[in-house]
Design a protein around this ligand. Structure first.
Ligand SMILES: CC(C)(COP(=O)(O)OP(=O)(O)OC[C@H]1O[C@@H](n2cnc3c(N)ncnc32)[C@H](O)[C@@H]1OP(=O)(O)O)[C@@H](O)C(=O)NCCC(=O)NCCS
Length: 284
């Protein structure tokens, strides 16, 4: 099985249909947002597992995150396709780390069969949106929606806030442009906190179809730390989402990011599932 550096329109449609079938069976999408965007771009490598002319499995490697995602059609599992995709991945990418969204039983068993061990947990937390009043904004700080003129300031605050984060720390002008081309993009949902020195934090919300909203990215520049801006921005974003009709809100947070998990728990969020990143077991 050879890696492809891009997918044809037909291959892309086949992978999207496959992903929809896996999501219907598993209750969790097998590809995350970045992987879905990469189906139409040329920054990732792709492997297709086939039976005759039918695509039955798919793997993607993202060099920027150094992680892979891999899944097999629910009707074609336990036939070795997962193993073939992983073998092909390992042949081209030394020691790939692999996401298991929802960390399903099959993924746990499959990972064990490939000598992979859990290395990182990403919590998905949720809460209902009530109409609790927002926390008061300190003097000298204003909240306002994003405008085009804020692009550089936004990217700089994001880079500083997520300097140690494996994915969000690399968020680029291109990544922003890609999100802005998506149907859900809404500048009013990207709320900036500004003080005398400029933009100091932001809460980027995302509206999903139905009644769900997301705390997409919440970041405060280290110079703004200790002023309660995280909670204030969180409330402002929740109020915005409530205004668009969302009644439930979700967010993703690294399980080891104790201050962020604590902020969200204090704000009424609870973990409802955890994605797991598997890595090859180290042999001593
Ligand atoms: C995990 C997944 C990719 C496995 O694909 P697959 O084609 O069924 O995998 P294989 O047939 O190559 O299975 C290899 C081994 O994994 C283990 N395994 C896989 N699924 C299993 C299950 N449901 N229960 C127990 N063991 C399982 C077995 O040891 C199996 O070998 P065996 O069939 O000879 O017993 C597939 O279930 C899937 O797409 N799940 C949803 C997406 C996902 O979770 N991906 C993350 C992978 S870490």
């Amino acid at each position: 099985m050879e890696p492809l550096s891009s997918l044809s329109g037909r291959q892309r449609a086949a992978v999207s249909a496959l992903a929809a079938a896996a999501e219907a069976a598993d209750g969790v999408a097998p590809l995350n947002e970045e992987a879905r965007l990469q189906l139409g771009r040329e920054d990732a490598l792709h492997w297709l597992a086939t039976e005759g002319d039918t695509v039955v499995g798919y793997a993607q490697w993202q060099p920027t995150n150094a992680t892979a995602q891999l899944f097999v059609h629910p009707g074609h599992r336990r036939a070795g396709h997962g193993t073939s995709l992983h073998t092909a991945l390992v042949a081209d990418v030394a020691e790939p780390a692999l996401w298991a969204f929802g960390d399903l039983h099959a993924a746990q068993r499959f990972a064990a069969s490939r000598d992979l061990v859990p290395a990182r947990g990403l919590h998905i937390m949720e809460r209902a949106i009530g109409d609790a009043p927002g926390r008061p904004v300190p003097d000298g700080v204003t909240l306002r929606p994003f405008t085009d003129a804020d692009t550089d300031a936004f990217l700089a605050v994001n880079a500083a806030a997520f300097a140690d984060h494996p994915e969000q720390g690399h968020f680029s002008a291109d990544d922003l442009a890609n999100r802005r081309a998506e149907d859900w993009w809404d500048p009013a949902g990207l709320i900036l906190a500004e003080d005398a020195e400029g933009v100091v934090g932001f809460h980027w919300t995302k509206r999903h179809p139905g009644n769900t909203g997301e705390v997409y990215v919440l970041g405060v520049h280290p110079r703004g730390a200790g002023r309660g801006l995280g909670g204030i921005l969180l409330d402002a974003g929740l109020a915005h989402l409530a205004g668009t009709g969302a009644t439930r809100v979700i967010l993703y947070v690294d399980a080891v990011n104790a201050p962020a998990v604590a902020l969200y728990e204090r704000s009424g969020f609870a973990v409802f599932h955890t994605d797991t990143l598997y890595r090859p077991a180290t042999r001593d």
